[in-house]
Design a protein around this ligand. Structure first.
Ligand code: ATR
Length: 280
């Protein structure tokens, strides 16, 4: 008897830009799994109904992206520790009849640095630029991996202070005017702001102040080399681009829905690099 095809999705509004179908499609073909992973555009008003009908529509689970991550957080039956800390859900699955929501962005961030700069977590203090949803995932990863001095720098100081209260000891909040002073003693610089993104070309911080041992990473991956990473490279600092975070955050979901822990390989990276090149 043929196996029933396993179905997963990514939902957002809009969703056409998502690269997740390419990533999961690559793995489904590579591991010869009878399954599908489809993009589904769901308007915010319809999201609760979409979640309620997942089971009857035959889904194992899927991903939620902008603007559904906070709604998914509120609507699931159970949440994993990372989702709880970050306040957003990007991965959904069923377990013992309940709909679970997890967040794999922190895992993706840490695994990308593990691949390309293995000593990163011992290279504190860390400066994190930005105080939005992506920043929360990065800060959770830093805390989990034992970074004890995390300095959030944000244009709007009040948002950085909110995160300071959320995450507690070891996390401090600063406005942009403090950046240069903070960088002088930092071993890790992370950009989580939209600055440097294609169409928003700006330098989120000047890495000239960082010590020579510093590692610089950006969660923006279009373009692959952001102005921040280019400036850091020109200074001979170790740089890690953001594409690996996107690839690694997809791993836990694929394993839950399709029963196989997939690998992040050079082939997969090349496939998405080509796609970014085509769409820029
Ligand atoms: P995400 O979930 O991707 O992190 P977000 O919650 O909208 O998105 O947060 C975007 C972050 O980028 C914020 O830290 C924002 O700064 P403010 O809190 O001051 O708005 C930052 N950001 C976006 N555009 C920026 C710009 N032009 N200059 C500086 N910071 C910017």
């Amino acid at each position: 008897m043929a196996e029933v095809e396993k179905k997963a999705f990514v939902t957002g509004h809009p969703i056409a830009h998502s690269r997740s179908p390419k990533i999961h499609g690559h793995w489904l073909a590579k591991y010869r799994i009878e399954g599908s992973y489809q993009p589904i555009d769901v308007a915010p008003d319809d999201f609760a109904t979409f979640l309620k009908t997942l089971r009857e529509n035959g889904f194992q689970g899927g991903n939620a992206t902008i603007p559904h991550k906070e709604a998914a957080f509120a609507l699931v039956d159970r949440r994993d520790e990372a989702a709880e800390q970050i306040g957003a859900v990007n991965t959904l699955w069923f377990e013992d009849g309940e709909l679970w929501g997890g967040n794999t962005d922190a895992h993706g961030f840490a695994a990308n640095l593990d691949d390309h700069a293995p000593d990163w977590a011992r290279n504190g203090p860390a400066v994190v630029l930005g105080a939005g949803g992506a920043s929360r995932a990065v800060i959770h990863a830093l805390i989990e991996r034992g970074v004890s001095d995390i300095r959030i720098v944000n244009r709007t100081l009040a948002r950085a202070q909110e995160l300071q209260h959320r995450f507690g000891a070891g996390v401090s909040a600063h406005g942009f005017d403090a950046t240069n002073e903070l960088l002088a003693g930092a071993g890790l610089l992370v950009n989580t702001t939209a600055l440097g993104m294609h169409g928003n070309e700006g330098l989120s911080a000047d890495p000239v102040r960082l010590p020579d041992r510093a590692i610089v990473t950006d969660i923006v991956y279009v373009p692959l080399e952001t102005p921040l990473l280019a400036a850091a490279r020109a200074r001979n600092l170790k740089t890690v681009d953001g594409l690996g975070m996107l690839l690694h955050q997809a791993v836990p979901g694929f394993e839950r829905w399709f029963g196989k822990r997939p690998e992040v390989t050079a082939d997969l990276r090349a496939l998405i690099v080509a796609d970014i090149g085509a769409k820029q």
